[in-house]
Structures are given as C-alpha cells and as structure tokens.
Design a protein around this ligand. Structure first.
Ligand code: NAG
Ligand code: NAG
Ligand code: NAG
Ligand code: NAG
Ligand code: NAG
Ligand code: NAG
Ligand code: NAG
Ligand code: NAG
Ligand code: NAG
Length: 387
C-alpha cells in the first residue's frame, strides 16, 4: 500500500521538508506502481467518466481499476513517479455529457483534446491548470459564455472553441493569455466587438469567422500594446510582436473601413474579411491596399461581399507577388479592371463576379498564366474572351 495520502499531508505541514518528502515519495511509489498512488488524478478521471452519458465507441471501456490510470485510453502521464496525467486525448469518440469540472483537478495537464464529440453545457472550469498548453474543445455543442476563468490557464498557447454554441462577447481577459499563438472561435454565436486587449497577444492565427461580431476592426489590435508608448523601440522588437499570419473575420457584421494598420503585419499570409459590411468609397478608404504592400508573404486576400464601391485602384497590382487567391466578388465595384492586376502573376484564383465592372479584360487576363479559377459573371464586361 502506498502512503501518498499521509505524505501529502506531511508536505503541507512541513513545507521545508518538501524536497525530501518528494524524494522519498518518488522512491516509494516505484515499488507499488500498479497501485493508484495519485488519488486526486484518479478521482478526477473517474468523476469525468461517471458523468459521461453515452460512449458508443467504448472509448472509456478500459477505464477501470484493474489497470493503472496511466494506461487508460487517451491518458498519458508524467514519465516518472509521482504519476500525473499530462495528456488527455479523447477527440472524435462520440462522447456525450457535460464536461466535468473535475478535470480542473488534473493540475499537471498539458494537453486536453475533447474535440469532435457531443459535449454540451458550459466550458468547464479549468482554472487550476497552470501547465495547460493546448485546449481543444471544438466541434461539440458547448453553450453559455466563454468563462473568464480560462485566463487562469496562463500558459495556454492554443485555444480552439470553434463550432460550438457559445454566446455573449469575447472576454477582454483573453488578452492576459500572453503565450497564446492560436485562437479559433469560429462558428459560435459570439456578439459584441473584438476586444482591443487581444492586441496584447503574440497571436499568429486568429479565426473569429461565422459569429455575430460587429463594430470596427480595431486599429489597436495590431499594435504592440503598451510598449509602443515607451518611446522608440528597436524595429526587431516591434516586428516580433506583430507575427499574425492568419486572420479570418469572415461572416460577421463588421463595419467601417479596412484598417491600414494591417500593413504592420509583415508575416501575414491569409486575410479573409468576406461577408461583412466593410466600406470603401473614396481614396482614403482604399489606402489599406497600399498598406498591404508591406505584407510580402500574403497568399490569400478575400474582401468578397462587403461594401466596396467605385473603381478598383491600380495599387491592387502592388500587392504581394506571392498572392494566389484574390476574391472581390459581391461588391459594387465599377469601371475598368486596372491593367496593373496583370502584375499578380502568381494568381491561381481570381473572383471579380457580382460587381459592376465594365470594359474589356484584354491586356491583363493573358498575363495571369497560373489562373485555374476565374469568376467574372454578373458584370458588364464587353469584348470577347481570348482562348
Ligand atoms: C478536486 O479534488 C479535491 C480533493 O483533492 C476534491 O475535494 C474536489 O471535489 C475536486 N474538485 C472537483 C471539481 O472534482
Ligand atoms: C507556466 O507559466 C509559468 C509562469 O506563468 C512558468 O513559470 C512555468 O514554467 C510555465 N510552465 C510551462 C509548462 O510552460
Ligand atoms: C445544441 O444545444 C442546443 C441547446 O443548448 C440545442 O438547442 C441544439 O439543438 C444543439 N445542437 C446540436 C447540433 O446538437
Ligand atoms: C449578445 O447576445 C446576448 C444574448 O445572447 C444579448 O443579451 C447581448 O445584449 C448581446 N450583446 C451585444 C453587444 O449585442
Ligand atoms: C447584422 O446586423 C444587422 C443589422 O445591421 C442585423 O439585422 C443582423 O441580424 C446582424 N447579423 C448577425 C449575424 O448578427
Ligand atoms: C516572420 O517570420 C519569420 C520567419 O518565420 C520570423 O523569423 C520573424 O520573426 C517573423 N516576424 C514577425 C513579425 O513575427
Ligand atoms: C511598412 O513597413 C515599413 C518598414 O517596415 C514601415 O515603416 C511602415 O510603417 C509600414 N507601413 C504600414 C502601412 O504599416
Ligand atoms: C507601386 O509601387 C511603386 C513603388 O514600389 C510605386 O512607385 C507605384 O506608384 C505603385 N503603383 C501603384 C499603382 O500604386
Ligand atoms: C452599375 O453601373 C451603372 C452605370 O454604368 C449604374 O447606373 C448602376 O447603378 C450600377 N449598378 C450598381 C449595382 O452599382
């Protein structure tokens, strides 16, 4: 029989002895490795299992006392005693229930993946998981608000809550997750605006598409939070904080102009703003195109189904030579397509459909030799299309 309970108590009462106690504990538990010496982790897993109402694949069928919990399906532990759960991977198992907050007791957890199941109810309280790096709860049917308590998981680098039924606004406190590089909240029912606090993050990927978000796309979002106010900073430092590579804000209710500050994101590869109410009516509104020249790795730009009016500025041709996808359909663009678009030699997909373009496509179309998809329908183009 292991003495883990007694030892834990001892440690609490005599913190100075803790290293010694842990040494002893470590040594002792190697002699009884089949026994569940870590009752707290065991209990948390058992509580989680008990809450599951449906397990059609039998994903948890070997979660029984006959084996050590570190050998259960989907569980991985620290390599040496005292054994603690570090990974819990149960994605795509058709599990149904609420997610038990007992998981919040797995304090050594680094990686929690419960994606693509049928979990319902609120996002569980996981506020003690200081070591958690990856949290994937996407593709379930979780409801209610995104809890502020998530921000206690201060080491989180990737958070995916996409394709659930979450409501309310994006908690500004997410801006406290200073290690977060991947944030995906796609396909929920989130409303309100993007909190400026998210600008404090060193995000590389931000996916907020298919929600009910509104307001303007904040300029502040792309700046290096408070450091900018401390005076001149080395360019390299400034650059490091602006590493966003993927931005997807499509299918929301964003309004206003497309911010020129996007030009500060020199590593941007993917920018999808389609299906919003973003406006361009005059030269100043189109200034973002000049700014985007800085994004020399840009491969995809979609501005389809917004409120872009007037003629397409010739500066479109100054976008990145890496650009492969340029989607401008479903706006109110008119006049001739500028010849400079022929400079975008890497384009494989160009959509100009459902606008009011006129004139001929000759002069530029033949330069786009890599094109595989071309959408020109519902315009007023004239002349003949070359073979
Ligand atoms: C966490 O563990 C403690 C015992 O260490 C227990 O009292 C508590 O109920 C557990 N919390 C949850 C949410 O299961
Ligand atoms: C978690 O973050 C704390 C500081 O907030 C740090 O001391 C610790 O090393 C981090 N742990 C991991 C696993 O990154
Ligand atoms: C998700 O849960 C809501 C209740 O919160 C329910 O109305 C809806 O039908 C569920 N959706 C799916 C796909 O199960
Ligand atoms: C967001 O939706 C909730 C209902 O889910 C509503 O009470 C709240 O007023 C909405 N907030 C905004 C800013 O639209
Ligand atoms: C977007 O805003 C309009 C009003 O401007 C509103 O009618 C519509 O329901 C909103 N759409 C979403 C998905 O919130
Ligand atoms: C851009 O990417 C390069 C190469 O991955 C990296 O060295 C650089 O720090 C990144 N720049 C920013 C602003 O994050
Ligand atoms: C483009 O990059 C240059 C140098 O990196 C920088 O000075 C300028 O402010 C950037 N332009 C925009 C619009 O961000
Ligand atoms: C394209 O950029 C060059 C500088 O790199 C500039 O001289 C030219 O005016 C730009 N063209 C357009 C159409 O903006
Ligand atoms: C398309 O352009 C014509 C003029 O060429 C104008 O009369 C019409 O209102 C425009 N339609 C749209 C949808 O912008």
């Amino acid at each position: 029989m292991c003495h883990s309970k007694k030892l834990v108590k001892l440690a609490v009462h005599m913190p100075i002895l803790l290293p010694l106690v842990l040494l002893y504990y470590g040594a002792a538990s190697t002699h009884c490795s089949t026994v569940h010496e870590n009752n707290r982790d065991l209990q948390a897993l058992l509580d989680f299992k008990q809450g599951i109402t449906s397990d059609p694949n039998g994903a948890l069928s070997n979660w029984a006392m006959s084996s050590h919990f570190c050998q259960w399906n989907g569980v991985k532990c620290t390599p040496t005693p005292p054994l603690h759960v570090t990974y819990l991977l149960l994605d795509g198992q058709k599990l149904s229930s609420q997610i038990s907050s007992s998981l919040g007791n797995l304090t050594f957890l680094k990686y929690l993946d419960l994606s693509s199941n049928n979990f319902v109810g609120p996002v569980p309280l996981l506020d003690s998981l200081q070591q958690l790096l990856i949290l994937y709860l996407n593709n379930n049917n979780l409801s209610e608000n995104i809890p502020d308590a998530l921000t206690s998981c201060s080491n989180l680098t990737a958070l995916d809550l996409s394709s659930n039924s979450l409501v309310g606004s994006i908690p500004p406190k997410l801006g406290l997750l200073s290690n977060l590089v991947y944030l995906n909240l796609r396909s929920n029912q989130l409303n309100g605006s993007i909190p400026g606090e998210l600008g404090q993050l060193k995000l590389q990927t931000l996916i907020l598409s298919n929600n009910r978000l509104s307001g303007e796309i904040p300029q502040a979002f792309y700046r290096l939070s408070s450091l900018n106010y401390l005076g001149p900073i080395p360019a390299s430092l400034g650059n490091n904080a602006l590493g966003l590579q993927v931005i997807d804000l499509s299918f929301n209710n964003f309004t206003g102009q497309i911010p020129t500050s996007l030009g500060k994101l020199s590593n941007l590869t993917f920018l999808n703003l389609e299906y919003n109410w973003l406006v361009a009516r005059n030269n100043q509104d189109w200034e973002f195109l000049n700014a985007l020249r800085n994004c020399t790795s840009l491969q995809t730009l979609s501005l389809s189904y917004n409120e872009l009016h007037g003629s397409l500025p010739p500066s479109i041709g100054n976008l990145s030579a890496s650009l492969q996808t340029l989607l401008l359909g479903g706006n109110s663009l008119s006049g001739q397509v500028p010849q400079s678009i022929g400079k975008l030699r890497g384009l494989t997909w160009l959509a100009l459909d459902e606008n009011n373009f006129s004139g001929t496509i000759e002069g530029w179309i033949e330069k786009l030799k890599s094109l595989k998809k071309l959408h020109l329908e519902s315009n007023k183009f004239s002349g003949h299309i070359l073979s």
